[in-house]
Ligand binder design. Structure first.
Ligand code: NAI
Length: 211
């Protein structure tokens, strides 16, 4: 409901606010001023106020922000008040690493199955999560609620895999393959490219400003 009106830059900052507020909650901090939050996050206090004003403020003059409330409201904006079923396509190094990471569950993302085409992997389990044959993928998607598919297959296989996933009804793609995916507009793609992040680091190490 918020997404259409809010700028991408603000939405991009929300996960970081969410993480900081989560850390504060763990330390039983009840409230925080925009000044304190700004010092912790190294963002100007006015930026914080401006960002949060997009969502109706949440703060009170002279009181600051109620950490629990702000955390939960930002969580709602990010859609974290729902659980998501995630499947992973490609049970290689990266697919296994994702499946082994338990913290996604804390945020409501549950890996329910992994798919691969290698006979060595089909029938095995990763952290108790079954690795199924790629041949079963269409049937699985028809019979189970799948919200997100992570793509961790080789680059050359990714576009075809993504197109099939879209055709079978998947609307959220978490793409790790270093290639652009051209999918229908109603499919939301989030690309995660560690190599691009490294290139930005290299750019900054060469004496350039943060980008
Ligand atoms: P890997 O070779 O260990 O694993 C790929 C797996 O995909 C294999 O088990 C293979 O049997 C399976 N596979 C191949 N075609 C398939 C299909 N049609 N359906 C289901 N499974 C299939 O490779 P690794 O290291 O896990 O990398 C996977 C992908 O992730 C590559 O595209 C790689 O470039 C990318 N990658 C991306 C990173 C990032 O930052 N986004 C970091 C590391 C890797």
């Amino acid at each position: 409901m918020y997404k259409k009106e809010i700028s991408k830059a603000v939405i991009n900052r929300l996960p970081r606010y969410y993480r900081y507020l989560g850390d504060l909650l763990e330390k039983d901090v009840v409230r925080i001023s925009s000044k304190e939050l700004s010092e912790k996050m190294k963002v100007t206090a006015s930026q914080i106020r401006q960002d949060l004003n997009n969502f109706g403020g949440f703060g009170q003059q002279g009181y600051g922000y109620n950490v629990e409330y702000l955390h939960s409201e930002i969580g709602k904006i990010l859609g974290l008040d729902t659980n998501y079923n995630v499947i992973i396509i490609g049970a290689g190094n990266l697919g296994q690493a994702l499946a082994n990471y338990v913290d996604f569950e804390r945020r409501g993302f549950f890996v329910t199955s992994i798919f691969d085409i290698s006979p060595k992997l089909i029938g095995t389990q990763i952290r108790g999560i079954p690795v199924l044959s790629g041949d079963e993928l269409e049937e699985y998607i028809k019979n189970n609620k799948v919200d997100i598919a992570a793509i961790t297959v080789p680059k050359t296989k990714a576009p075809g895999t993504a197109a099939e996933l879209a055709k079978w009804g998947i609307r959220g793609i978490w793409n790790f393959a270093p290639t652009d995916l051209n999918l229908p507009k109603d499919v939301t793609v989030e690309n995660v490219h560690l190599a691009e992040s490294l290139m930005k680091l290299s750019y900054r190490l060469s004496g350039n400003e943060d980008i």
